[in-house]
Design a protein around this ligand. Structure first.
Ligand SMILES: C[S@@+](CC[C@H](N)C(=O)[O-])C[C@H]1O[C@@H](n2cnc3c(N)ncnc32)[C@H](O)[C@@H]1O
Length: 293
């Protein structure tokens, strides 16, 4: 099969390198840029609390603990890396990102237990196995638009093969990804894949699950699309409240583009055109039929 890939470093930088100060105006203070976990029984949660709760959920789900080595694939501005070492006493937290801005930001945190690498997962070659792996909404950048379902499954399987290799026996991977829900790629506005996240495409849940077969068992899966709606609304409210400053930092065109992106995404998750999956995957230590296709 042809070697295919996901979003390039240039495509990722196009999105994430708009400016840290711009993102600071509307994300929570830790710059977590993924769906938060809102608890219906705690309606008064702030965005920052709901983000911390989401990160802790994934850390627990990956069974990451004190003294361990943990990998975060697609670490963004490092919020999970920080919680891993500060709140969960993890010994060594390694983050991968394709964004130079994010890598510089995480490096500047100056935490000796955090290592950030400006490196695609395809090139990662750890010298020792990891005890646990997190990957929170990087998966959407692992396949470009226009690929067939078979081609996407092949790419995703290569990702899970790498994770399988990197994890110690019995290790867990906690994955969060957007997926097509009650929609096809043609139903969604091309604006997002062209002007917001170029070279990226969502998976379908069935593709993710098929790609894990005989590598990982799916232990738990939850679709929290409503949580995305609420997170996006909080981001949009923050952007509106800081609009003047946002225009000063990033320009009117960029702000209009992000407002449209946030509004469209709220609608997409509200009607169920897209889902938000949080998946607990346990490594199968002795795959019965080999791990290749
Ligand atoms: C939406 S952000 C999520 C960041 C973080 N997990 C969070 O919750 O805020 C996606 C991240 O995936 C990274 N990414 C995308 N493709 C990647 C690849 N092939 N290898 C490593 N990181 C990648 C991006 O650089 C970015 O840091």
């Amino acid at each position: 099969m042809t070697v295919l890939s996901g979003a390039s470093q240039e495509a990722i930088a196009f999105h994430y390198d708009v400016g840290n100060d711009f993102y600071q105006l509307w994300l929570d203070p830790t710059l977590t840029y993924t769906a938060a976990l809102w608890a219906p029984e705690a309606p008064g949660l702030t965005l920052a609390e709901a983000q911390a709760q989401k990160i802790d959920f994934h850390i627990r789900q990956a069974q990451a603990q004190g003294g361990q080595r943990v990998l975060d694939i697609g670490c963004g501005w490092g919020s999970a890396l920080l919680r891993l070492v500060k709140e969960h006493a993890v010994e060594h937290a390694v983050g991968l990102t394709l964004s130079p801005n994010q890598a510089t930001w995480v490096q500047a945190l100056g935490n000796p237990r955090i290592e950030v690498r400006l490196e695609p997962w395809e090139a990662h070659a750890p010298s020792e196995p990891y005890d646990a792996i997190l990957s929170i909404e990087a998966f959407e950048a692992f396949a470009r638009p226009g690929l067939s379902s078979r081609e996407k499954i092949h790419l995703y399987r290569t990702f899970f093969e790498h994770c399988h290799r990197w994890l110690r026996p019995g290790g867990w991977l906690s994955l969060q990804t957007i997926a097509y829900g009650n929609s096809t790629p043609e139903d969604l506005d091309a604006f997002i894949s062209q002007d917001i996240f170029p070279e990226s495409d969502f998976p379908r849940l069935a593709e993710v699950v098929e790609a894990t077969e005989r590598l990982f068992e799916v232990v738990r899966l939850q679709n929290d699309r409503e949580d995305y709606g609420r997170t996006l609304r909080a981001w949009l409210d923050n952007l509106k409240a800081n609009r003047q400053e946002a225009v000063r930092l990033a320009g009117e065109e960029t702000v209009v583009r992000y407002e449209r992106f946030l509004r469209l995404s709220i609608y997409t998750f509200t009607i169920g055109a897209c889902d938000l999956h949080r998946i607990a995957l346990r490594r199968i230590d002795q795959p019965r039929c080999g791990s290749g296709e």
